[in-house]
Ligand binder design. Structure first.
Ligand code: GLC
Length: 823
């Protein structure tokens, strides 16, 4: 139904070409289109004709613009940015885009439209002060684009349940969906990523709705062939990404929003957490238990009970009498400490609690529209909230971490930073969620803004302050921050987990599309609470969850206060053995996963991604969300239902091997055994998987590097390594080793190029394992025939090892004749 109140821009009255932009004046309003890059256009429309100034907290980094050629073509203006073309209709202001091959995408169904909104049309209706501040905050802008029948819509950040979001409405407003009285509308959660990847058989393209205000996508929910972009804030501002592949779209998006930070190596190991490990003795016993049971562990998380009465930046000295000693002891076992910090600072003034007194004196806390300090209740009772839009407040906040870092704490866990606030102490009846009023002024006098504009950035800016604080206070260490809330671009500062899930089969299954969607939004370092947060987990679910958790980019087990313990041994010896094997496999895979982290840091490439990312041409795979790729080489098919011991697996084109046996599998689809502890893991032919020795912690050196080769296709891989700890990788202290596998007429040749770059790995042995049909007839190492190889009849693989001297080597394998029929 057309909305009679909507105003539209009308005819183009005049236009002007700039070297990198087109500026169009309509009968009402102004459009500006910038060529941000050859393959990225930024489109802005303002009904008032005035465009909003650039914000210092804008997630988009300034890029050198690209030339934009503009010409008249009848009733249209034609724009040519190089890899993206567009046509603007002078009658309606509608825009149509084409990729470099002329394929159409993102066609407007009319020009932009706008009207003032009533609060009842927003999710704010139920907030205690249901008023939209006057002015831009009330002005909603709409734009309709055509949905072609065969186009799917992916990404959109942290959502639940589905991968393809066609036929849904998706709101962008950060909230804690578990807070009492919260009305979650249109699947909005802790984080906002107002962007998507559209994919149809020949083309992938992307769109980033560049708004931090409340915004919404209607992806064919109201009208099945119409995609509506909507935002408050009185300006429509979006980036069009020309693709043409999913990988290109993610690269384009992260070129704009920044590449994901490279985590320290320890952070990619196994993390154990609980709300809460409540004393030094408990924490030490936990670390010891891991060591005694021989289960690898790299980090223990300290939840809110390490604090004195939940006052942030304090320690409970009864339970943690000597924090330096606590952390030292952990470090002695190769375990890192991560401490939680919430944004709410206990409102305890004049009583010696420095963060509160200093915060008030420095004007760091948010004041409501009437100028008095805004407060609300969180764990410590009544609390004040820093205004992270003020740069001096972010810096002050970052500096508050000094005490934790001096105690040796290795990482900061930013929680409750939507922010989650309630209106009275938690145990009091009738407790309800409380929001910062939308008319609240933030940013100080230097850059004033409304809560209505910056709300979605609260967690983002808090995580950024924590990361920058660590970088300032401890410049020789790579910072590590985990955050619950965030926005597009938070990946530059922090790793995210998906908040409070449940110990349920549904939540286990949901984790796959959820994390895959985050990856498509340029946020590759993500995980969910393994075992589930609320409710009691149980053996079978825990086993299935941890065997999938091996492959979460961020692998942490966490659970709520009062639930059944969720240590790997909490469900009996059988499940413990499964958990140990899952965590050991994680450690074996680390050289591969860490290389993937480097690739993510360079191009945004997600570690965990849906099949459509690697196989966009296979449209039958686009909807699959219960199988994912881990990098380009591995595919996993987890089991997310009770009692199931087999899995139907779809095989993308090409040849595939079973990771455990090395045996070729397929063609697909096929049913594979999936007993507890053994989900199907498939490897693409042509892969060279780099596996490490099992370590109890990444603090132990990598002494053996296995190069697992799956022939059947040619393949290349570059192993990327660094010290795993310092920012020296930014100055070139990175080692790269190019590996190559090539089928020859009668066998296969493996080559290892000389290592390049400024990092020297720990001395180690290389173990080459090549899966073959039959024992080789001859093996030549660097041109010399060698007998120093071993044939593993079970795995049907030849093994050959040498000391890694960083030099180039070549192994030529001449295949023998199968002695028994091939499997
Ligand atoms: C929030 C977090 C959860 C944490 C709890 C106590 O619910 O999401 O991870 O354990 O607060 O700090």
């Amino acid at each position: 139904m057309p909305d009679p109140e909507l105003q539209t821009c009308g005819l183009v009255a005049s236009w002007e070409a700039e070297p990198h932009a087109l500026v169009v004046r309509h009968a009402e309003g102004l459009t500006r289109i910038d060529a941000v890059a050859r393959d990225i256009l930024r489109v802005r429309f303002s009904p008032s004709g005035a465009l909003a100034p650039q914000r210092s907290w804008d997630p988009v980094a300034a890029l050198p613009p690209a030339p934009l050629r503009i010409s008249e073509a009848g009733e249209a203006l034609r724009l040519d940015g190089g890899a993206i073309q567009a046509v603007l209709d002078r009658g309606t202001g509608a825009l149509a885009c084409f990729d470099s091959r002329g394929l159409p995408f993102a066609h407007d169904l009319g020009g932009p439209a706008w009207r003032e909104l009533d609060v009842r049309e927003t999710p704010f209706e139920h907030t205690p002060e249901p008023e939209l501040p006057p002015g831009r905050a009330r002005m909603g802008v709409f734009l309709d684009k055509l949905i072609p029948p065969d186009e799917g819509y992916f990404g959109f950040g942290q959502r639940t349940v589905r991968l393809d979001r066609r036929h849904s409405r998706l709101g962008n407003w950060n909230l804690d969906p578990c807070a009492p009285g919260v009305r979650q509308e249109h699947d909005n959660r802790y984080q906002t990523h107002p962007c998507f990847l559209a994919l149809r058989p020949d083309i992938a393209w992307g769109l980033y709705l560049h708004s931090t205000w409340y915004s919404r996508f209607d992806v064919g929910a109201g009208r099945s062939q119409v995609l509506t972009l909507f935002t408050l804030g009185g300006e429509l501002d979006y980036y069009l990404l020309a693709g043409p592949t999913p990988a290109a779209v993610v690269e384009q998006l992260t070129r704009l929003t920044g590449r994901p930070a490279l985590p320290p190596l320890w952070a990619m190991g196994y993390h154990q957490s609980r709300w809460s490990y409540g004393s030094d003795a408990e924490v030490q016993a936990l670390a010891r238990a891991f060591r005694e049971r021989g289960i690898p562990l790299d980090a223990i998380h300290l939840d809110i009970d390490y604090m004195d009465g939940f006052r942030v930046f304090t320690w409970d000295r009864e339970r943690f009498p000597d924090p330096v000693h606590t952390v030292d002891q952990l470090h002695g076992q190769g375990v890192r400490a991560v401490a939680i910090i919430d944004p709410g600072v206990k409102k305890e003034l004049g009583d010696g609690y420095t963060p509160a007194d200093e915060g008030v004196a420095g004007g760091h806390f948010i004041a409501g529209p009437d100028g008095t300090l805004f407060s609300g209740w969180v764990w410590p009772g009544e609390a004040l909230f820093p205004d992270f839009c003020r740069p001096e407040t972010s810096r002050w906040w970052g500096d508050q971490h000094r005490g934790l870092l001096d105690a040796g704490v290795d990482g900061i866990w930013c929680d409750m930073n939507e922010p989650a606030i309630v209106d009275r102490p938690f145990p009091v009846r009738g407790v309800r969620n409380k929001s910062i009023p939308l008319a609240t002024r933030l940013g100080g006098s230097a850059e004033p803004a409304l809560e209505a504009e910056t709300h979605n950035l609260y967690g983002h800016l808090m995580a950024r302050a924590a990361t920058e604080g660590q970088a300032r206070l401890r410049p020789n260490r790579r910072p590590w921050t985990l955050t619950r809330s965030g926005h597009l671009g938070t990946h530059r500062w922090a790793v995210s987990w998906m908040g409070d899930n449940r110990s349920s089969w549904e939540d286990l299954g949901t984790s796959l599309p959820q994390l895959a969607s985050m990856g498509l939004c340029g946020s590759p370092h993500v995980g969910v609470d393994i075992g589930g947060f609320f409710d009691n987990c149980f053996g079978e679910l825990f086993a299935r969850w941890i065997e999938l958790g091996t492959f979460y980019p961020f692998m942490r087990c966490h659970t709520a206060l009062g639930t059944h313990p969720q240590q790997p041994w909490s469900f009996g010896p059988g499940i413990e053995a499964i958990a140990r094997a899952a965590i050991e496999l994680r450690y074996r895979l680390l050289p591969y996963l860490y290389t993937l982290a480097h690739r993510a840091h360079r191009t945004g490439e997600p570690l965990l991604r849906p099949l459509l990312y690697d196989f966009p041409d296979q449209t039958d795979l686009h909807q699959i969300e219960d199988q994912v790729m881990i990098g380009p080489c591995l595919m996993i098919a987890p089991v997310c239902r009770p009692g199931v011991r087999r899995r139907l697996v779809e095989l993308p084109a090409g040849s595939w091997h079973d990771f455990r046996t090395g045996a070729p599998v397929g063609p697909g689809p096929l049913v594979l055994p999936a007993p507890l502890g053994q989900i199907p893991i498939l490897v693409r032919a042509g892969s060279i998987l780099t596996l490490g020795n099992v370590r109890r912690t990444t603090a132990e050196p990598l002494t053996e590097l296995t190069l697992l080769v799956y022939p059947g296709a040619a393949g290349v891989w570059t192993l990327i390594e660094d010290d795993g700890e310092t920012p020296a990788h930014q100055e070139g202290a990175v080692a790269e080793t190019d590996l190559r596998i090539e089928p020859t007429g009668d066998g296969v040749t493996f080559t290892q190029a000389a290592r390049s770059g400024g990092f020297l790995p720990h001395p180690r042995t290389l173990l080459l394992r090549v899966h073959l049909e039959a024992p080789p007839a001859a093996v030549r190492l660097d041109g010399q025939e060698t007998r120093g190889w071993h044939w593993d009849p079970q795995q049907r693989a030849i093994e050959l090892s040498w000391a890694d001297d960083g030099k180039a080597h070549e192994v030529m394998i001449q295949e023998g004749r199968p002695r028994d029929p091939p499997r």
